[in-house]
Ligand binder design. Sequence first.
Ligand code: FAD
Length: 486
Amino acid sequence: MGAVRGQPSVAIVGGGFGGIGAAVMLRREGYDDITVFERSERIGGVWQANTYPGIACDVPSHLYEFSFAPNPDWSRRYAPGAEIQAYMEDVARRYGVLERVRLGTEVERATFDEDRGRWVLETSAGTHEADVLVTACGQLSVPSIPPIPGLDEFEGPAFHTAEWRDDVELDGKRVAVIGTGCSTIQTAPAIQSKVAQLDIYQRSPGWTIPKMDFEYSKRAKWLFRRFPILQRLDRALIFGFMELATAAVTSQRWLGRPFRAIGNRQITSVIDDPELRAKVTPEDEIGCKRMMLTDDWYRTLTEPNVELVVDGIDAVTPHGVRTANGAERPADVLVLGTGFKSQGFVAPMEIAGRGGRTLTEAWAGVPKAYLGATVPGFPNMFLLYGPNTNGGAGSVIHTLECGMAHALAAIKKLEQTGAGTIELRPDAAAAFDRELRAALADTVWQTGCTSWYVDEAGNNPNNWPWLWSTYRRRTAEVDPQAYELA
Ligand SMILES: Cc1cc2nc3c(=O)[nH]c(=O)nc-3n(C[C@H](O)[C@H](O)[C@H](O)COP(=O)(O)OP(=O)(O)OC[C@H]3O[C@@H](n4cnc5c(N)ncnc54)[C@H](O)[C@@H]3O)c2cc1C
């Protein structure tokens, strides 16, 4: 097998914050031979796909942005989705990444050619080869459609929040929304005043805390532009708060108590009706499901044209939704706020490493990766936002940058040593996995609620059980004991 000659070529799968950020970070380090594959017709990832009314980030924008591209012009503390999409496109343009993106091109399979030490990608537009493979497919890029009987027979428009239909007029319509996760609590307040009736079907409530969103004044934006240190300071404060919230759901669970008190207060300060209060007050521990941020969800639920239905869905009928108690509520439009297939990671792409062994086979039902990034038997491959890199709090963009810093450190090792491959040692993978499982066992996510983190067997392949500063520290370098160069 030959060594990588000169600069390694890099193929990146996915054109969201992960893929675009990876390409920019490579460009900033002087790498040129970069190709990003994106199956959609536009970059942006979740921000390109999710255009539902009310969409915005739920981590303040001064942390939910690239550290190397601070934007002093965010209109609000929590920027709306369209602004985030425009920001990503602007960053991609400024760093010469847009011309390296192949839009409308899905990578169907990536195979490691052991003889030549190269990755061979089979895409919807032909084959492509590269020395290094970076996957940035997201954890929330494939909508989950629940197997509700009758869904296909609904006669009106029915769509997922991630596939919002702007052509469907909601004014004066009876709208049924299924699910009460992060997307619904953003979109329900945004559409409530225009629809005739809004029925929201809830399986189990999640804890919320106030978002405290506000518009940035012209003066504030000027100050952030004129004195960038102010924005950096704000970023550091937000990061510190997120670390506190992360500790509350992982190693310092007692810190969850004030969050729970704040969540309770948010409910009781808005809702007087004891029956509605009971419906929205979770029994789970706070943070077991993702903690949600909102300023207007509970107010929306008290509006006369809104009904929170908790009876459990029996079936969707051609003209509405039938609940377990036999009642049928009519609907003209059906919105599925039912989340994403969060545990496929690179799916449906198939990746084959040494000996033709696929990642699906290597994972055997429980996705795992060292620091969420590397897997033994898959040389020169790096996963971004891979297994166990999601969190109960914190910015995924920060996580993606850390993952990419790790990949960059490894790519530089290849260059410096003239080696052909860098590969995780199986013993390092096993030791990390033991450490991870032990830490996960103590987290709030394992306390028995339903969430998108924990599978039916009780495994949590999604979340990182430590602080984000720990992730940053551990991904900054490649540990020579953990990796083998050949
Ligand atoms: C509505 C919504 C709001 C969110 N808000 C926040 C927030 O406020 N804060 C936060 O930290 N996180 C938030 N997230 C999480 C979000 O997933 C991350 O912040 C981040 O955008 C992930 O970026 P990514 O590039 O890893 O993945 P994605 O944005 O999911 O992008 C992955 C891309 O890869 C492409 N792709 C996948 N497989 C292939 C293939 N085989 N071939 C070609 N292309 C492929 C997909 O089409 C997609 O464009 C939110 C998620 C959603 C859905």
